[in-house]
Design a protein around this ligand. Structure first.
Ligand code: SF4
Length: 403
């Protein structure tokens, strides 16, 4: 069974001002641990976290984890620094029967606000202001964020900073400057960004991160060119490429590619990754595949059968290519294992059909200046024209369900 130690050592600060055990459970009322202005020690011993610990300690994966980590095959346990992963027994032993822990906070995910310059197809108002124009904040102010986190900055080993768009979050610059001022440049920083920029109010993000010994820019990029511009509205692909080139001037910053694997990106995943390796933009093993589970219309299991077959061939080639060199991955699960998981996920039953995908993307298709299938060639034979399903094509709109 997969264990996850995040309920011991992690907190996730959501743009609603609420706190959750991890980003996978973020925004889910059932798993609300508390609010951001509460002391960390109080949040760590909330009823939700204590209950999760008791279950995990007793050898049961909480249902939430099974549901939100794709049957437990993608736990974020890997975020925990290796030194602590090996201390599972110790963490378990130091946990009271009711789940209370005195373990220090080691990792912290923060989504400071939903301020964003993009409107990605699978995103929502919690993570982008482009949906309803309302700003949502995890903390009352950037200064309060730094002061609330200050007491735990001694123990923290990894900060995962996301958004909204992270390079537009004022608090992150203040937090990084504070860490530099107190000499904690050894903290691991995972800065998740859409790569559209690196400056804010006269500060240069890359220059700040370059002062840390273990900083990583995690590029949320799923595809290249027009496909990327369709999936993540607001993208200007040449800008992304030029920002990636500029990042090469900062040798202390590692770069990781984090594609969201959806039914719109999965077909070109291999080509995109290989192209970026060939251009020297990413090391082959520095890719984190994030398999989309919501919205359902965009999941990989919502594909016509014939496209699934093409995708599986691509995924096999991808896996083969990955295996030609060291098959490691940033977050502890091998990349080829992740690719196998995608193949497995493709065949899972879906609650929606391909017709729902066409409906979902219909407004975006109408805004295109070219044909959708010119960008997404895998759909050439199955895409309905003018929003209408053609009779001859109708059969493939039903999602394949394995017997
Ligand atoms: S297994 Fe997944 S859902 Fe459960 S605590 Fe870990 S990361 Fe969160």
């Amino acid at each position: 069974m997969h264990n996850c130690l995040l309920p011991w050592v992690n907190l996730f600060y959501h743009t609603s001002g609420k706190v959750y055990p991890c980003c996978k459970l973020g925004g889910n009322a059932e798993f609300e641990v508390g609010i951001s202005t509460q002391p960390v020690s109080q949040l760590q011993n909330s009823a939700i976290l204590k209950d999760m610990r008791v279950q995990i300690k007793n050898g049961t994966m909480p249902l939430a984890c099974i549901r939100h980590c794709v049957n437990g095959i993608q736990p974020l346990n890997s975020l925990i620094p290796t030194t602590y992963k090996n201390k599972k027994a110790e963490l378990f032993a130091a946990t009271a029967v009711d789940g209370t822990t005195t373990a220090p906070l080691l990792t912290c995910n923060i989504d400071e606000s939903n301020l964003c310059n993009f409107k990605c197809i699978y995103c929502s108002k919690d993570h982008s202001t482009k949906f309803d124009g309302i700003l949502r904040k995890a903390f009352p102010s950037p200064t309060e964020m730094v002061s609330i986190l200050s007491p735990v900055l001694d123990s923290i080993q990894l900060l995962i900073l996301a958004g909204g768009e992270s390079h537009l979050q004022k608090g992150y610059y203040q937090l990084l400057e504070h860490l530099i001022a107190i000499g904690r440049t050894d903290i691991g920083i995972h800065f998740i960004t859409n790569m559209s920029g690196y400056t804010f109010q006269g500060r240069n993000l890359y220059k700040l991160l370059n002062q840390f010994s273990n900083a990583t820019i995690i590029g949320s990029l799923d595809a290249s060119g027009k496909r990327a511009e369709f999936i993540r509205r607001g993208t200007v692909w040449e800008h992304i490429v030029s920002n990636r080139k500029y990042l090469q001037q900062f040798p202390n910053i590692k770069f990781v590619l984090q594609p969201v694997v959806s039914n719109l990106s999965v077909f070109s995943l291999f080509d995109f990754h290989r192209e970026w390796v060939e251009r020297g933009f990413v090391e082959k093993q520095n890719v984190r595949l994030f398999c989309l589970t919501h919205p359902k219309e965009l999941c990989v299991n919502v594909l016509p059968v014939e496209v699934k077959e093409q995708v599986k061939v691509k995924l096999d080639q991808y896996k083969q290519w990955v295996k030609e060199s060291t098959d490691t991955e940033l977050n502890g699960v091998t990349l080829s294992h992740k690719i196998s998981n995608i193949s497995h996920w493709i065949d899972q039953p879906s609650e929606v059909s391909i017709r729902h995908l066409w409906e979902f993307i219909s407004p975006l298709r109408s805004a295109l200046t070219c044909d959708f299938e010119d960008i997404f060639s895998e759909f050439k034979t199955v895409v309905p024209q003018n929003g209408q399903s053609k009779n001859a094509r109708a059969q493939v709109y039903t999602t394949h369900r394995p017997q």
